[in-house]
Design a protein around this ligand. Structure first.
Ligand code: GCB
Length: 594
């Protein structure tokens, strides 16, 4: 499914803006089919999560369906086109209704889906567009969760294992777009390098089998056509190719056209393509055959008022801040981010570890923290075969959407699953196979949880890179830097001794209240965060297999209310409104000088 693109043959009408908004049924009930104008005074911005927009606790806490509605018009010039409504994300379950008809449905809150409405609304006509969105998570969804009913009030609440607020709604763009009846459906490019020659293997899928020709042009950044080729599959060869390097992006436009029998162009689509290679060799992570060291963050799509709403101002500012710090990479913890973010990373040479929404596959973690609950995770009543089917779909949709991004160097198929519990291997083996089958060119990892030590973990041998999330000095050895240093080193050397694989520390950090100071360097102070990061860095520099450090987190972010989270998780190096804590300078000094 290609992202909408404006070309002489394709058009886009943005449906972003204010939509009518209303709450629907609570809980996991099936949404009533929507056949009427919404009777509501509420208007909700799209893109934005709806939770923090209104001054209404019921909306903030709602569990179940909500409705968004607006009128839209199919432009009259589209009468010979095919046209679709595209929803970039409906978190977590979306339904599209055109007037009274349900036309598309999708489960999975962070990947796009669309509905072809050509047969339903003629060009030049308006229609009522309703999108129903449910935020319910069950043990058969990714991420998983469960619904509870409060004993005295009967209130329905959503319980989940992940440590970020379950923001919901239409947090990314909605559009109406057109394509020619005969059109390019998908393009896949895989790049390789042979000496100074860049190779682009490509595969083009068109909407119906065609006798028309497929023409390929590869255009460089100066607009020069460097190659012409033809056919739906092949290899385009660029002599003296300029490579895409971290921090030094270079993108060719890989342009595909369908050419009619009279030589006229029927459709065209262009994929920004960075020529680069990614390999794991022993304990090294190689980009363009050179060892790469990841510096940067685990991030979140999160900001005040918008929740997870895509906002280009925050996006550009976040990239500016990362650049200011010398960060060369980030992980899309804990779900695929808006596609605009991936495009931006491609254009600016930022390296991405791209993650599925499989967070919380561990019943020993409650909302991100160890809980006493020792219920086993992988059981028929818990994370089971149906969960795995949903997880497979999440892997498929992530790779289908992001396969062409040069910035993406690795797939992370889960965050902190109970990889030390019985059943983990059986659960994960087919998922690892699937990821490799869908993309044999990128390494596959998962991020490992602290309790699943190198002695207890049951699955890491199946993955290419060891990604570790560790909180020595915070959740364990709290405030004891020396103790924590010894424990961290022992753990890292344990992994290094067991596997000949690169290690990326994908999470480490400490909750820190901006403005809280302590001459004693006590936990929660800015001084403690600095001291803790310095300690981790000393250890990383002593362990050869460590090929990267991504601090948790780029910025403070909202989490479920609980007794240990005060207005969210405070492990940010920046506050939620992107003001630096003292540790920003610590990281900047280290990353700008390595
Ligand atoms: C983790 C999780 C992350 C949490 C973090 C924390 O291990 O992967 O989602 O936010 O710990 O701060 O507890």
């Amino acid at each position: 499914m290609l992202k909408p693109q404006q070309t002489p043959f394709r058009d886009i009408v943005s449906l972003d803006g204010l939509w009518k908004f209303a709450l629907g049924s609570s809980g996991n009930e099936t949404a009533a089919p929507w056949t009427a104008p919404l009777a509501t005074n509420l208007e909700c911005p799209v893109p934005a999560s709806y939770n923090d927009i209104f001054v209404d606790r019921q909306i903030h806490d709602h569990v179940g369906w909500v409705y968004y509605q607006r009128e839209a018009i199919v432009p009259s010039g589209w009468s010979h086109q095919q046209y679709l409504v595209r929803v970039e994300a409906a978190t977590h379950h979306g339904r599209i209704y055109i007037n009274d008809h349900l036309v598309a449905e999708h489960v999975g809150g962070y990947t796009p889906f669309e509905a072809d409405i050509t047969g339903l609304v003629s060009a030049g006509n308006s229609f009522r567009l309703t999108i129903a969105v449910s935020n319910v998570l069950t043990h058969e969804t990714i991420p998983p969760g469960r619904i509870e009913v409060e004993e005295f009030t009967g209130k329905i609440t959503q319980v989940y294992q992940h440590d970020f607020f379950n923001y919901a709604g239409l947090a990314r763009s909605v559009s109406l777009y057109s394509v020619p009846k005969q059109h390019i459906q998908d393009i896949r490019v895989v790049t390789n390098v042979d000496g100074t020659t860049g190779l682009i293997d490509y595969l083009v899928t068109v909407s119906n089998s065609t006798t028309e020709r497929i023409k390929i042009n590869v255009v460089d950044e100066d607009g020069r056509n460097v190659i012409e080729a033809s056919g739906t599959r092949g290899t385009a060869t660029i002599d003296s190719a300029r490579l895409w390097h971290p921090g030094d992006a270079y993108l060719y436009q890989f342009q595909v056209s369908i050419v009619g029998s009279d030589d006229s162009i029927i459709d065209t689509y262009s994929v920004a393509t960075g020529v680069r290679t990614v390999k794991v060799s022993g304990n090294q992570f190689l980009i363009n055959d050179k060892p790469f060291y990841f510096t940067g963050f685990g991030k979140h799509e999160d900001s005040n008022v918008r929740g997870k709403g895509y906002d280009p101002a925050y996006m550009v500012h976040d990239f500016q801040l990362m650049n200011w710090m010398g960060a060369n990479s980030f992980r899309t913890s804990h779900y695929p981010y808006a596609e605009e973010v991936m495009d931006f990373a491609d254009r600016h040479g930022i390296v991405v570890i791209d993650e599925t929404p499989a967070v919380g596959l561990s019943y020993s973690i409650g909302a991100g923290q160890s809980s006493e609950d020792s219920q086993q995770t992988f059981t028929p009543e818990g994370i089971n075969n149906k969960t795995r089917e949903a997880h497979k779909q999440a892997v498929r949709e992530l790779i289908a959407r992001d396969k062409n991004h040069a910035s993406v160097v690795m797939w992370s198929i889960a965050n902190e699953p109970a990889s030390h519990e019985a059943g983990a291997r059986e659960y994960f083996a087919p998922l690892v196979d699937l990821a490799h089958e869908l993309d044999s060119t990128r390494p596959v990892c998962f991020t490992n949880y602290g309790d699943a030590t190198y002695e207890l973990d049951r699955i890491s041998d199946m993955f290419n890179v060891l990604c570790l999330n560790r909180y020595f000095g915070w959740y364990t050895q709290t405030g004891e830097i020396e103790e924590a240093e010894a424990a961290l080193e022992k753990e890292l050397l344990g992994w290094e001794g067991k596997y000949d694989k690169p290690i990326v520390m994908t999470e480490y950090g400490a909750d820190t209240i901006a403005g809280l100071h302590s001459v004693l360097g006590l936990p929660w102070s800015e001084e403690f965060q600095v001291e803790l990061l310095d300690m981790y860095h000393r250890v990383f520099d002593r362990v050869e297999s460590v090929v990267g450090e991504q601090v948790w987190n780029f910025a403070d972010f909202q989490a479920a209310v609980g007794v240990s989270r005060v207005d969210g998780n405070k492990k940010g190096i920046f506050t939620r409104d992107r003001k630096p804590k003292a540790a920003a300078q610590t990281l900047r000094n280290r990353w700008r000088h390595t």
